[in-house]
Design a protein around this ligand. Sequence first.
Ligand code: MG
Length: 170
Amino acid sequence: MSKTPNTQPLTPNLRIGSGYDVHRLVEDRDLILGGVKIPFEKGTLGHSDGDVLTHAIADAVLGALALGDIGQHFPDTSPEFEGIYSIKLLEHVVSLIKAKGYLVSNMDATLILQRPKVMDFLPEMRQKLSEALGISLDQISVKATTTEGMGMTGNGDAVAAQAVCLLSKF
Ligand code: MG
C-alpha cells in the first residue's frame, strides 16, 4: 500500500482551540459569568473579576493560534488588570486573532457549577460573549452542568468552565 503524502498546509484555514479554567467561590466577591452579574451569596476569587467562563473562552481563542494563554497576556501581578471586567480581556484577545487574519467561526462552552442555577442567565451571557467575539448568537453556545454534588465544583468550593472554538481565516 502506498503512503499518501501529507498535503496539509502548515497554516490551514481552520484552527481549533480549547480552554479550561477554575476559580474558587468565596464570600464578599461578585459572581460574574460570561460578563453577566449573577445574584448569589458568593463570588469567584481572582485578580480580574474572576469570570471563569470568559477566561476559558479567551484561552480557547488564544489556543487555536498557539498564542499562549491569558495568564501570559494579562499577568495577575499587573495592577493594570486588577478587578478588570474580563469581557475587555476577551475583546483584546479577539483583536489579536483578527490581526493574524482569523475570525471565530463558532464557540461551544460549558459552565460547571452546583449553585446557583444559571439557566435563566445563559441567553444574556451568549449575548455579551457574541458581542465581544464579534459573532452572531447562533455561533456561540453556552451550556451549564453540575457534577452531581461531587468534587470541588459539586461541593460549592469552585466554578469551572471549558470551551472549544473553531477559527477560520478570512
Ligand atoms: Mg481565570
